[in-house]
Structures are given as structure tokens and as C-alpha cells.
Design a protein around this ligand. Structure first.
Ligand SMILES: [Zn+2]
Length: 105
């Protein structure tokens, strides 16, 4: 036993079974998974004692093309993605045509 450390911050992590959601509509899939996660949280609140605070739903934002965590060049959610070429192409196609930035002056 390591006498320099103690275990703290015990918690239980529950993963939603995403295989149970059969739809190709990504927005609908996300909505169904969110609803299922919220139902699990509700069930935990109703049936489980010994919990500090409120159980909550957390999720990760990932690229729908490559599945990697969503990251952008400048760190803001609407910035240029850095994960894959497909995400960059899609991002460029979604940008309004507002002219060039940062050129000259
Ligand atoms: Zn990607």
C-alpha cells in the first residue's frame, strides 16, 4: 500500500448505451441520447441513496466526421476545426461570404 496517497472524490460514472438509438438523423440521435441520459439521472435520484449533490448529464463534443474531440485553431467553438479535412471543408462551406479579414492596413 502506498502510504503517501489516499483515495478521495469517489464517484460513479454511468455511460448511456448509444447502440440502443437507431437513427441516421444525427440531431434526432443526439436528442434521444440526451433524453435517455436525463431519464437515467432521474432514476438514480429516485432510487439511490448516499449521493452528494445532484447527478447530472455530461457529454463530449466531437467531430461528426472523424469522431475526435472538437477542437478549433483559436479555441472558440465557432473557429476553424483542426481534426480532419472533411470538417474543415464543411466549416468553410458554412461560412458567410463576408469578404477578407486581416488583409492590408
Ligand atoms: Zn474531424
Amino acid at each position: 500500500m502506498n502510504t503517501l496517497t489516499v483515495r478521495e472524490n469517489f464517484r460513479v460514472v454511468v455511460d448511456v448505451d448509444e447502440k440502443l438509438t437507431f437513427t441516421k438523423d444525427l440531431a434526432e440521435r443526439e436528442r434521444l441520447l440526451q433524453r435517455r441520459a436525463e431519464q437515467i439521472v432521474s432514476d438514480i435520484r429516485r432510487h439511490v441513496d448516499g449521493i452528494l449533490g445532484r447527478p447530472r448529464v455530461l457529454s463530449d463534443l466531437v467531430c461528426r466526421f472523424c469522431g475526435r474531440d472538437w477542437e478549433t485553431e483559436n479555441g472558440i467553438a465557432t473557429g476553424t476545426p483542426v481534426c480532419c479535412d472533411k470538417a474543415v471543408s464543411e466549416w468553410q462551406a458554412l461560412q458567410p461570404e463576408s469578404g477578407q479579414f486581416g488583409v492590408g492596413a
